[in-house]
Design a protein around this ligand. Structure first.
Ligand SMILES: Cc1cc2nc3c(=O)[nH]c(=O)nc-3n(C[C@H](O)[C@H](O)[C@H](O)COP(=O)(O)O)c2cc1C
Length: 202
């Protein structure tokens, strides 16, 4: 299976990447391949809200008028089996580059009034509060809202702070092994069709 990391971190040896690399080491142990994209190193504009009513070509034709690296990253997103969205915490939120990317992703995935481009692809979110140490849970909550709305199946989220990064690295490696199994959310079967657990069956 192929994991794509889309990260708002600039520093390939920084705290965010240390956390991501631990996840990837676990996944690699179980045979997963991966690619990492550091968004600040890409040419990525923010959405221009490109027509008078603000909808743009994206909503009707699933394409963006801006010629930059977004289309290539979107193509890789669709091709991957699982996405790791990672960010350093800046001002209690995700980094600006990840925000610019997710805002454009949201636009391009919203076609004809519904989201279907990513087909409930499994994804996880990682937020590293590397300064004072506050803001990772709040950042993850915001990321979860956006990426779940876009249509990803968010199977886990990892809040990390500078003070517990080292402690969490072995746990992240273990979680990476689990990511290599391409996990999906619990039972998606409508409750009306679900069978009761064996212990409850007469
Ligand atoms: C503009 C800015 C805002 C930041 N805001 C926070 C914050 O709200 N909480 C926190 O714990 N750290 C904060 N930090 C510290 C970063 O989370 C820390 O530098 C992080 O390690 C950067 O990620 P990296 O090591 O992957 O580059 C901030 C750093 C910058 C540059």
């Amino acid at each position: 299976m192929k994991i794509l990391v889309i990260s708002g971190a600039r520093n390939s040896a920084g705290q965010t990447q240390q956390a991501v690399k631990a996840l990837l080491a676990g996944a690699a142990k179980k045979g997963a391949k991966s690619e990492t994209i550091l968004l600040p190193k890409k040419k990525l504009e923010r959405c221009r809200q490109c027509d008078p009513d603000g909808w743009g070509l994206c909503a009707m034709q699933a394409r963006c008028v801006i010629k930059d690296d977004f289309a290539g990253i979107f193509k890789k997103t669709k091709a991957a089996d699982l996405i790791i969205f990672a960010t350093p915490v800046y001002f209690h939120r995700e980094a600006e580059s990840l925000r610019a990317f997710s805002e454009r992703l949201q636009r391009i995935c919203f076609k004809w009034g519904k989201y279907d481009s990513v087909e409930r692809k499994p994804a996880v979110c990682v937020a590293v509060a590397g300064g004072g140490g506050t803001g990772a849970p709040a950042t993850l909550r915001e990321m979860e809202l956006v990426f779940a709305l876009i249509g990803f199946d968010l199977v886990d989220a990892y809040p990390i702070r500078r003070q517990n990064l080292k402690l969490k690295l072995p746990q992240l490696k273990k979680s990476g092994e689990w990511l290599a199994t391409t996990p999906t959310s619990a039972d998606n079967t409508p409750s009306t069709l679900r069978k009761p657990p064996a212990t409850e069956q007469k």
